[in-house]
Write a protein that binds this ligand. Structure first.
Ligand code: KG4
Ligand code: ZN
Length: 348
């Protein structure tokens, strides 16, 4: 089954074609047009600008994806219906509804976070001989740690489309904390990749930042206090103008270590309690090498399967939306193009 995916929930416009077969998928085409440069001067994503850019580039991307003009060869269209920025989501949803109606194809309203879960099936394992799809598949139950710019959640996935919420952040998301700390350090937006790059040269034990809610007895998170601790540290240490590079890399490494300690610690506590078969790490922050390697190590030690997306698919993309859409389409879980709407606060 071939799925066209469309993603416009935030600041990437994306289109993809994914082939699904049984429990597995393969990306045939994945195109992403990033707007990061358009938002950098504002220090964050401006929803109206994001929406306008999606309108500007979406049809160009569809054309570049070389799908036939009348939708031939496509079995269903999947679009992110939420969560995300309302004006941005509406562009993709309107486009997908129009194409589904025009081409008479079934439509799937996909959940962005579900997309991040299914991004872990997108390679890099090559397909076996004679098969069109990779050999990766999800095994249930799975404990999923979802970490992005807007969300930090632990979810127990019992089957395709069956979720139980275990914990979430009570304030900032992990990616948001990275971005805010980058801002405090005078680094560019989005700060996550820059902070993690600088952390490579720093000492993770240099500054003893707090590990918020580490022993709270539940699976919730809180990162705003950690960001404030970084602010107080910077105010107490020295003026921004005479801060040395090593002082900055130490802040990055120590901050990152605090975030990773809490994320890994809580996920492993969820593993102890819920005894899953696998652990899935998804979302933009899953590009963080320290988080990937620390969680992988602990999960392997527990004898469980660990799934994380190839770096290429950790950020927002439409291949993950098409993959999530495939598993819904397989169950004939379709949306009516007349009634599908963007849902900025959609839950899993
Ligand atoms: O999933 P995503 O691309 O967009 C949302 O759905 O929000 O996640 C973006 C977030 C940003 O906050 C970005 O700073 C963070 O992921 N991020 C990282 C890294 N790469 C991206 N955070 C930490 N380390 C990274 N290497
Ligand atoms: Zn995302």
């Amino acid at each position: 089954m071939k799925i066209l995916g469309i993603e416009t929930s935030c600041d990437e416009t994306a289109v993809a074609l994914v082939e699904g077969e049984g429990d597995r998928v393969k990306v045939e085409k994945s195109l992403v047009a990033s707007q990061i440069k358009d938002h950098a001067e504002y220090g964050g994503v401006v929803p109206e600008i994001a929406a306008r850019k999606h309108v500007d580039v979406l049809f160009g991307l569809l054309e570049a994806s070389e799908i036939s003009k009348n939708g031939d060869g496509i079995d269903a269209i999947a679009v992110t219906r939420g969560p995300g920025l309302a004006p941005a989501l509406r562009v993709g949803v309107a486009a997908a509804k129009t194409l589904a109606t025009l081409w008479k194809k079934p439509l799937v309203g996909a959940n962005h976070l579900e997309g991040h879960i299914y991004s872990t099936l997108l390679g890099p394992t090559p397909p076996a001989a004679g098969s069109k799809v990779t050999d990766l598949r999800l095994s249930f139950p799975a404990v999923c740690l979802l970490v992005s710019g807007g969300h930090t959640e632990i979810v127990l996935m019992k089957d395709h489309g069956v979720y139980e919420h275990i914990g979430e952040t009570r304030d900032d998301a992990a990616g948001e904390a990275f971005d805010k700390v980058a801002k405090l350090l005078g680094l560019e937006y989005p700060g996550g990749p820059i902070v993690s790059k600088m952390a490579e040269d720093g000492d993770p034990a240099a500054i003893d930042f707090p590990r918020p809610m580490m022993d709270s007895g539940d699976f919730d998170f809180s990162f705003s206090g950690l960001k404030t601790a970084v602010l107080y540290h910077l105010q107490a240490s020295q003026k921004k103008s005479d801060r040395t590079k090593s002082a900055t890399t130490n802040v990055c490494a120590s901050f990152q270590e605090a975030v990773v300690d809490v994320l890994v610690g809580k996920t492993m506590k969820a593993v102890e309690e819920h005894q899953p078969k696998s652990v899935i790490l998804g979302g933009g922050v899953s590009a963080n090498q320290r988080l990937r390697s620390r969680l992988q190590e602990e999960v392997k030690q527990a004898g469980l399967e660990f799934l994380v997306a190839p770096i290429k698919y950790t950020g927002d993309n439409a291949a993950m939306i098409a993959a999530a859409g495939y598993f819904r389409a397989r169950n004939k879980d379709f949306s009516d193009p007349m009634t599908l709407v963007a849902e900025p606060n959609l839950k899993l």
